[in-house]
Design a protein around this ligand. Structure first.
Ligand code: NDP
Length: 384
């Protein structure tokens, strides 16, 4: 039996992870489950899986969480400190699936305790970059990529040397607005943006997918996870989302990982690593039914996000954290109906022009850059 903690248990990735664990209930012991404010669902999951502790980040929800757990032996806690404490508890695997830079401190805490961390929370790695990878090295932590593209690359790299890699190609679905004109994009609504054609995901990543910031963040994530150099990373649009990414080697061989568009496949790859496990998707790749797999170059005029991310990765230091924070603020404003769709990338570019911090060397410095970039973004969107 292995132990597991899930940070962001009530989200899309958290639910998919628990769906797999539910099918192998006798093989897992659940240590900590966390959420932000959804304490009803958190308590329900904590009871079902017999968690040791349930933590909500929103401290004002602690009484509600305690009430929802009344009569059980599950400990309840709330706030950022409690999140970090939960992430530090001994567990064989910690799934980092909080959305946004809010997941950074608990993810770093899990890494610092030297266990296996399955990383879905890409914003944490984008923001912390070398600060996180240095911690992974220092503590000898196994960092497993849960993001589908990075999990695909991880699988394609198995048994090979980075020095033999010619290209790592990240595939992108292109999102729900892939074929929209610039004029149409100007009128895109939040309801349209969160309706991804292939994947069922949380609201923030769905908007990121529509703007292509998701692929931009993944580009920076790949740069840190697979140190082959920025010049060997590229992005290709693949509308069917069947090929999840590819690695081309210097002998001309290209290895690709294929599968249905369901996060339970890369999640299962992490949970069972280095072995394999059954999933309910085990026989769902019907290539004859799919018929065609198509590819095209990204359009960085309609979707500038990948250009901005590439430039941020090239600049390095604190710039990716600024890009990420500005994007989080702009996406929240778009979802709240305060700004239009094309304003997201424009606002991120403007924040990058206004704020160029020193390279952060530790977690508190990354969080300071994140906080300042958010303040600049809020001021910009407020018309400042
Ligand atoms: P969701 O929005 O569905 O879930 C987010 C989770 O984080 C919830 O448990 C939520 O709690 C919690 N949370 C939100 N805000 C905070 C906060 N401030 N502090 C602590 N916890 C918080 O997101 P997804 O599951 O879609 O995505 C999670 C991460 O995984 C993201 O980084 C995303 O980019 C990445 N990812 C997601 C994929 C997907 O298919 N969904 C694919 C690949 C990567 P509550 O429910 O209480 O709000």
């Amino acid at each position: 039996m292995r132990s597991i903690s899930i940070l962001g248990a009530t989200g899309s990735i958290g639910s998919s992870t628990l769906d797999l664990i539910r099918r192998e209930r006798d093989q897992w012991r659940v240590v900590a489950l966390t959420a932000n404010g959804n304490v009803t669902e958190l308590a329900k999951l904590a009871r079902e899986f017999g968690a040791e502790v349930a933590v909500c980040a929103d401290a004002s929800r602690l009484e509600a969480l305690r009430a929802a757990l009344a009569g059980s032996s599950i400990a309840a806690a709330a706030g950022e400190g409690a999140l970090v404490e939960a992430a530090s508890r001994p567990a064989d695997m910690t799934v980092a699936a909080i959305v946004g830079c809010a997941g950074l401190a608990p993810t770093m805490a899990a890494i610092a305790h030297g266990r296996t961390v399955a990383l879905a929370n890409k914003e944490a790695l984008v923001s912390a970059g070398e600060v996180m990878t240095a911690l992974v090295t220092k503590h000898g932590t196994t960092l497993l990529p849960m993001d589908s593209e990075h999990n695909a690359i991880f699988q394609c790299l198995a048994g090979n040397s980075h020095k033999d890699v010619r290209w790592i190609t990240l595939t992108a679905s292109g999102g729900p607005f892939r074929d929209w004109s610039l004029e149409q994009l100007g009128g895109a609504t939040a309801a349209q943006a969160v309706k991804h054609p292939n994947w069922d995901m949380g609201a923030k990543i769905s908007v990121d997918s529509a703007t292509m910031f998701n692929k931009g963040l993944e580009f920076i994530e790949a740069y840190h996870l697979f140190p082959v150099g920025l010049e060997r990373l590229r992005i290709i649009v693949h509308p069917q989302s069947i090929v999840h990414s590819m690695v081309e080697y210097r002998d001309g061989s290209t290895l690709a990982q294929l599968g249905p568009s369901d996060m339970r496949v890369p999640i299962a790859s992490c949970l069972a690593h280095p072995a394999r496990m059954d999933t309910p998707l085990s026989d769902q790749l019907d290539l004859a039914a799919i018929g065609e797999l198509t590819f095209r170059a990204p359009d960085e005029v309609r979707f500038p996000a990948t250009r901005l991310a590439r430039e941020a990765a090239r600049s390095g230091g604190g710039i990716p954290a600024v890009l990420n924070a500005a994007n989080e603020v702009a996406v929240a404003a778009f979802l709240a109906g305060q700004i239009g769709f094309t304003r997201i990338a424009a606002a991120v570019e403007e924040v990058l022009c206004r704020y160029a911090p020193q390279a952060p060397a530790a977690l508190d410095e990354v969080l300071a850059v994140d906080g300042e970039a958010r303040a600049v973004a809020h001021a910009l969107l407020a018309g400042g």
